[in-house]
Design a protein around this ligand. Structure first.
Ligand SMILES: Cc1cc2nc3c(=O)[nH]c(=O)nc-3n(C[C@H](O)[C@H](O)[C@H](O)COP(=O)(O)O)c2cc1C
Length: 188
């Protein structure tokens, strides 16, 4: 099988990492893959923030959990009340993906394409990842402006996703989930 297809099929969300940092060269290649994603009207409406300060990474997890302790969404509430749960899985590197909303295109789709490019590039380099949608919860609430300032996210950009990066402490990738059936038809 060609390597692109192999990486697509092997990639899994990994939530347990070794305490080893990912090499700078690999991080740069992963971000470059994000930068080369397609975007509506070639808007390239993204901004990437690379976090490697454990204190900040832990703070994001702790404060998000605190804010979700009384969430009306049962799964959020369960995660927030689980002492062992770390929203960013103690990853040594986290890339926060922000986007600029403008009129005629879908910023979320563009950021999704960039994010998936980064997951696949990581897989090809032996780096494990997990896409973190929950990151948006950290950037809600009263203190929102300070949080954007602390991470130096440019004005007009909104955080949409994050990706954790690290070396997996599992033995190999888990098997893929069963794919849903009857999701394709041909009209000929
Ligand atoms: C938009 C989006 C948001 C996600 N948010 C989270 C998240 O906040 N935390 C998490 O652990 N996994 C998150 N995931 C990962 C999914 O849970 C995972 O992709 C799914 O269970 C399929 O498993 P796989 O990635 O191993 O194939 C997210 C995935 C996507 C596409």
């Amino acid at each position: 099988m060609n390597t692109v297809l192999q990486n697509i099929k092997n990639r899994r969300s990994i939530r347990k990492y070794k305490e080893i940092q990912v090499e700078q060269e690999k991080i740069e290649s992963i971000i470059e893959a994000g930068l080369f994603a397609p975007s509506g009207h070639n808007a390239q409406p993204w901004h990437f923030t690379v976090l490697q300060d454990k204190k900040i990474i832990d703070k994001i997890s702790l404060e998000t959990k605190e804010s979700l302790k009384d969430s009306e969404t049962p799964i959020f509430k369960r995660m927030a009340r689980n002492e062992k749960f770390h929203m960013l899985y103690n990853a040594p590197t986290v890339i926060v993906i922000s986007g600029k909303k403008e009129k005629a295109y879908s910023m979320e789709a563009d950021l999704g394409a960039a994010t998936q490019n980064m997951l696949l590039a990581s897989e090809s380099l032996g780096v494990s990842t997990c896409w973190i949608g929950l990151i948006v919860e950290y950037f809600k609430g009263e203190n929102k402006e300070n949080k954007y300032k602390e991470l130096e996210i440019p004005k007009g950009y909104e955080v949409q996703y994050a990706v954790t990066l690290g070396y997996s402490s599992l033995e190999g990738n888990p098997k893929p989930h069963q794919r849903k059936e009857n999701t394709v038809n041909y009209i000929r």
